[in-house]
Design a protein around this ligand. Structure first.
Ligand SMILES: Nc1ncnc2c1ncn2[C@@H]1O[C@H](COP(=O)(O)OP(=O)(O)OP(=O)(O)O)[C@@H](O)[C@H]1O
Ligand SMILES: [Mg+2]
Length: 561
């Protein structure tokens, strides 16, 4: 998919976003009603004013001058309250929905994780969660109801003018509404589309270049590349400024066109009114009321005309959010399956490929039981990590069976599977929280003793205890100061703390020196009585503790004897 093209049409995006309103749609209806009534009140101020003038000019009007003045004031005050209610309703919906959408997007990510997220660009997902959802505020608070209000107000005003004044004036107003509310927005959105897309691309590229420069400032200084980098920042900033100016010029052009057409329609209405009056088709009172109704009714249409400048961004954001919500997970979670308590694992004739072209695993068979440490060796890229991910059902197997205690993996509840099987992957992610909390994600109710024991097993307790704040040190603050080996051992401690019966270790000792490797392996050997452990490793010293070793080669997996 091209980055800047939308998957769905604007109408479909709008329809889908409106469906998301669900039970909040009644608030939207209320906001539209309040908004429309508010506009009628605003028009009421000028209309009653016109009625007053018509009465003074001798037109027979049933209301007294006093009641006309009262109605003017009443409409003005009511207008304020109704506008408040409309805005309150729209923003109530918008921010409630943003919360719902964040929840939906997070839910979608949970389902997609980890398989789909490996191939998805993390950057675009972060953009979706933060700024794209935010842009939808514009849609819910400032797009749907102005359009509905414009349609309602225009229809009522047209009927009013047609009935109380003249059909000719009604047609003049209709031509004005269509030009300002439909034709001009279509023209300006077509003209702004290209520049809008270019502006966004320039804005994104400038932002990422600038952030990248700040992140890499150390290396820029070390390479003495400060001047060149500064020039590049300046030149990109100039380009962004040029695009901003272009976009603003178009926006101002569109606004001026709207003002011009509205003025032209008002003059046209005045001319039509005068001609009708001269040819005795209407009385002066009806002429004034009709022309004033045309004058004062353009507010909602002008609001619609102002939409296109940010609507392109809103649709692009909405499209990306819907993409994420619609994305099908690589594996459907099992919720109505069986729960097991791990005893043994039996894999038979398992085949798998990420895409149809290249088979990663072919007819793989292996087994593991409690009390065993199984080693898996093989060249880089041969499919060892893929095999471990299949055992966790991160991907859907194509052919063959993976059975835990005689139950196929596809029939085991996903949560239950993750309780029974733990994997320590090749890279451990540490959250920006205390080390204790980082460990606790494996077992939220773990006691301090359990946490420390797990760390001792993973040979990382002494290191953590030596930190000034011990287990309360923030992993984020330590950041790059934690060595790869220390992170790896914290990952191992997490797995030990989880206490699953089957532990999958992907290169658990690749960044650990031989002393610590010895400690970890000894801990594993002690654990194995109660568990199965599958270790992937390139290191012979690690493989030495395996009871049986499988070799992966060209997609096949053979037991080495
Ligand atoms: N998400 C993915 N989508 C497509 N191809 C993938 C994906 N993950 C891995 N691969 C490919 O599948 C093959 C097996 O990868 P895998 O990570 O299982 O290898 P490995 O044996 O663990 O290698 P290493 O020892 O370097 O960790 C590689 O060719 C890799 O490029
Ligand atoms: Mg690997």
């Amino acid at each position: 998919m091209k980055k800047d093209s939308l998957r769905r049409s604007g109408a479909i995006i709008m329809a889908r976003l409106i469906v998301l309103l669900g039970s909040l749609s009644y608030v939207m209806v209320l906001a539209v009603v309040d908004g429309s009534l508010g506009f009628f009140c605003a028009m009421g101020v000028t209309l009653f004013g016109a009625l007053g003038i018509a009465k003074i000019l001798g037109e027979t009007i049933a209301l007294s001058l006093n009641s006309i003045v009262f109605m003017c004031v009443f409409c003005g005050v009511l207008r304020g309250g109704l506008k408040f209610l409309e805005q309150y309703g729209n923003h109530y919906i918008a921010f409630r929905l943003l919360a719902v959408l964040r929840d939906r997007v997070f839910g979608a990510l949970r389902k997609l994780c980890p398989a789909k997220l490996e191939s998805k660009q993390k950057g675009s997902i972060i953009a979706s969660i933060t700024s794209d959802i935010e842009t939808l505020e514009v849609f819910y608070a400032h797009t749907v109801s102005p359009i509905c209000i414009a349609v309602i107000v225009c229809a009522c005003v047209l009927i009013f003018i047609g009935v109380f004044s003249s059909p000719y004036l009604m047609l003049t107003a209709l031509a004005g509404y269509i030009t300002v509310g439909i034709i001009l927005p279509l023209i300006s959105s077509a003209r702004m589309k290209k520049t809008g897309v270019e502006y966004r691309a320039e804005f994104a590229s400038f932002n990422s270049f600038f952030l990248d420069s700040i992140k890499g400032i150390k290396d820029i200084v070390l390479s003495n590349a400060g001047e060149t980098r500064k020039k590049e920042v300046n030149s990109r900033s100039e380009k962004l400024l040029a695009k901003t100016k272009e976009l603003k010029r178009l926006t101002v052009g569109a606004q001026s066109a709207v003002e011009l057409v509205v003025s032209a329609v008002i003059i046209a209405a005045l001319i039509v009114g005068i001609v009708l009056l001269n040819s005795d088709k209407i009385t002066i009172g009806k002429m004034i009321v009709g022309v004033v109704a045309v004058f004062s009714s353009f507010g909602p249409v002008i609001a619609v005309a102002a939409l296109p400048s940010n609507l392109t961004q809103t649709f692009a954001g909405g499209d990306r959010v819907l993409n994420l919500i619609d994305e099908k997970p690589a594996v459907e979670p099992v919720t109505d399956g069986k729960n097991i308590e791990y005893e043994n694992l039996e894999v038979a004739d398992l085949s798998f490929s990420y895409d149809e072209t290249k088979k990663v695993l072919e007819d793989v068979s292996m087994h593991a039981g409690k009390g065993e440490i199984i080693g898996i060796v093989g060249e880089s890229g041969c499919g060892k990590s893929t095999f471990l991910k299949l055992l966790l059902r991160f991907w859907q197997k194509k052919n063959g069976t993976i059975k835990y205690n005689d139950t196929d993996i596809d029939e085991i509840n996903s949560d239950n599977l993750l309780d029974n099987v733990t994997m320590v992957s090749q890279s451990t992610y540490l959250f920006d929280e205390t080390i204790e909390n980082n460990l606790r994600i494996a077992k939220p109710d773990a006691t301090k003793e359990e946490i420390e024991d797990a760390c001792r097993l993973a040979s990382v307790h002494d290191f953590i205890a030596s930190l000034p704040d011990g287990y309360q040190s923030r992993a984020g603050l330590l950041g790059d100061n934690l060595s790869a080996g220390e992170k790896q051992r914290i990952g191992l401690a997490r797995a030990f703390l989880k206490g699953s019966e089957l532990i999958l270790l992907d290169e658990p000792t690749s960044n650990v020196d031989s002393i610590n490797e010895g400690i970890i392996l000894a801990a594993l050997a002690r654990q194995k009585k109660k568990k199965s452990i599958i270790i992937v490793s390139h290191r012979e010293s690690t493989m030495a503790i395996a009871d049986r070793v499988y070799q992966v080669e060209k997609g096949r997996m053979e037991e080495v004897v």
